[in-house]
Ligand binder design. Structure first.
Ligand code: SR1
Ligand code: MG
Length: 406
């Protein structure tokens, strides 16, 4: 029967589960810590002190952790994560944690503990550079998005997989928090830095912006192109100096491919904007922003090359037309721009913010960084349908971040 675990009961849980024996000595000296820093779940690391081996157990709570029991959220979301992680692991082995088992009753996923990896958002606030970040994420995207698309799958197979991804409640969160509430002046869950009141009022009155955001929302709800991760921000990526993994696919559903790519790119630009305060030295700031632009370019280039490569072996002759393929990639690029913009704006005005910006203590400093992010986000949303090359996306970000010769 479902019950939320704690650092004591999780140890007993591990001792009682023979599957855990492949990863720790279930009769040995075990120690557990809870490390969940996201908005939704409990996350336990269980260490075997004798062998130094470990595993990670992620348990869904029946409510939004960041809000408490007043915002109920079905714990069934753990099943979406289990199914998505299994598919991602098959399509992109080594780029996600290895899944061990799913406990349906406890809504718990057991998986590889990435022991010396860190969520990259926080080191990036200190200017950390990860080698091959963009290339790795581009590779992950090409592999997972292609493998679950109509280009790789027979129609019956794709529809069978889709049956497991009616992720209603988590899609509703995205529809509300990303596409709807940030554009409403009186949405009760919205919050923002009072120093940007005028900027927020201005964008909430922008009819063109709201119309483009609505188009992107409609596409999010209706374009069942592939199994998307659904929440691919820099808090969903863990890395050490030589290994990068994508975590947390609980928001997975069949949606537009550009939603994932845009989430990653938008979060790179949020990081770049936040360095307005995190890197007071102008040279260091420009240099870090150039690094981010390089990784964004690498992500798109790797995704496009990997996807085009795979398109050589499409499941139906309908998809072999070079003109069709060019048109499809161009549409993913436009979506990437639009979703990057939406994902930026929601982190400044909506319910769930990002540490990159919220960690800037001085509200005036934070406002300067937020205005840069708003400028990028607004242009990406309003201009996304006119984006014809990835350099158009870079130009919008580089202009607002005042990076010359990007
Ligand atoms: C109520 S959940 C808020 C946000 O956290 C997740 O990371 C998603 O981005 C979601 O929108
Ligand atoms: Mg998450």
């Amino acid at each position: 029967m479902y019950r939320p675990l704690d650092v004591d009961s999780v140890i007993q849980y591990v001792r009682d589960h023979p599957q855990a024996g492949a990863h720790v000595d279930t009769g040995g000296e075990l120690e557990a810590i809870e490390v969940g820093d996201g908005n939704l779940n409990l996350v336990f690391k269980v260490f075997d002190r004798t062998s130094e081996r470990s595993l990670l157990l992620k348990q869904a709570l029946p409510y939004v952790r960041a809000a408490g029991p007043s915002w109920p959220m079905p714990a069934e979301r753990a099943g979406f994560e289990a199914r998505a992680l299994a598919i991602e692991h098959r399509a992109a082995p080594g780029l996600v944690p290895e899944p061990y088992w799913f406990d349906e009753a406890l809504k718990l996923n057991a998986m590889e503990n990435l022991a010396d990896h860190r969520v990259i958002r926080f080191p990036m606030m200190e200017g950390k550079r990860y080698r091959d970040l963009g290339q790795t994420i581009g590779d992950f995207l090409a592999r997972t998005l292609y493998a679950t698309s109509d280009f790789a799958l027979d129609t019956a197979d794709k529809r069978e997989i889709m049956r497991g991804f009616f992720n209603v409640e988590l899609c509703r969160i995205t529809e509300d928090l990303v596409f709807t509430e940030p554009y409403l002046p009186d949405a009760p869950r919205n919050r923002w830095n009072p120093r940007i009141d005028a900027d927020v009022a201005d964008f909430q009155a922008d009819e063109e912006l709201k119309a483009e955001a609505a188009k992107l929302k409609y596409r999010f709800m209706n374009a069942t192109q592939a199994l998307v991760h659904g929440d691919l921000h820099t808090g969903s990526i863990m890395a050490n100096d030589h290994d990068i993994r994508v975590i947390d696919p609980e928001f997975a559903f069949f949606g537009p491919m550009g939603f994932d790519i845009g989430a990653f790119i938008g979060n790179l630009w949020l990081s770049g904007a936040s360095h307005e305060a995190h890197s007071p030295d102008a040279e260091a700031r420009a240099s870090y922003r150039r690094y981010l632009i390089g990784e964004a370019r690498a992500a798109w280039a790797t995704f496009e090359a990997g996807f085009r490569d795979r398109l050589r072996e499409v499941s139906s002759p309908s998809w072999s037309s070079p003109a069709f393929q060019d048109d499809f990639i161009a549409s993913v690029l436009r979506d990437t721009a639009g979703y990057a913009g939406c994902k930026m704006l929601r982190r400044i005005v909506g319910f769930a913010h990002v540490a990159d910006l919220d960690s800037i203590e001085d509200l005036d400093d934070r406002a300067r960084a937020e205005r840069i992010a708003i400028r990028i986000g607004r242009r990406l949303v309003t201009e996304h349908a006119r984006v014809a090359a990835f350099d158009d996306i870079v130009a919008i970000a580089a202009d607002a971040m005042e990076v010359r010769d990007a």
